[in-house]
Ligand binder design. Sequence first.
Ligand code: LMR
Length: 346
Amino acid sequence: MPQATLRRPRRLALAAIAAATVAAFGLATPAAFAQAPIVIKFSHVVAADTPKGKGALRFKELAEERTKGRVKVELFPNSQLYKDKEEMEALQLGSVQMLAPSLAKFAPLGVKEFEVFDLPFIFKDDAAFRAVTTGPVGADLLKKLEPKGVQGLAYWDNGFHIMSANKPLHAVADFKGQKMRIQSSKVLDAQMRALGAIPQVMAFSELYQALQTGVVDGTEGVPSNFYTQKIYEVQKHMTVSNHGHLAYAVIANKKFWDGLPADIRTILEGAVKDSTTYANAIASTENATSMDRIKASGKVTVYTLTPAETNEWKKALMPVHKEMESRVGKDTVAAVYKAAGFVAPK
Ligand code: LMR
């Protein structure tokens, strides 16, 4: 048989296979490949209507708009996908691509230095906290996440903790025997013990029910979380103590982040930067508004510590700094003291 007659049917057969492949997978041309969006699943444990929830939404809007749809960000608030511990594991496994956990939840990853942020009364105000996170100490801490497969991107502030219980917590003695829910931080555990309370680590999503059923008596938290989780319905007293600080690290799965096309990564870094500015700008007013709403509910008595009471709490809590120094790292504690302008109370 002449060669030409063989070639033609073979070419036709190849074309038919290509057409069948396109039909089966719906992938017509290289241009269509480029249009398939990169999906970022961003999971978190708080309500959408909180500083973190709103910061995440801003990130989504900026990322999608600036990449012209090449990136799609799916938000999963309120632990609807994962609880505290599970979300960290999911990030490392690549089941989700981004999170913004509280800094008190990083030790289980093996980076205990993050617990420095939980030392009681270490930050006198938001500016002291930001002096740490926007400087070299903050950057060094985020770098420590990389060997764990986690890319640290930014810090989001959420203000100061208050205490809540079903009895007034004014003097240190009032904590005696109170079962208090804490995040998974050994520093917070030591803090509650130093006050005479019994700490209990629990996922944020379980808090409301645990308070309602009396599994725990009280907790510490920020007004935006107390309001959106309706904690004021299941607690009788809150104490504005500003003894601790709540903030988040926005993090990504490192392999995913490194594998992004360079132009997309640059745009996303910009979106993180601008949503960080936004989240940090709204945190304090959002918490103040939540505090007003909690008070307006009439369901809870809100008390502010006097300076003398604050001093008593400080006296009881300062030993926690020394006690936790070896866990958190002496150098880390010293570096944070310096950057925050911490002065030990007399
Ligand atoms: C908590 O568990 O109390 C907080 O970390 C929740 C949050 O993310 O604000």
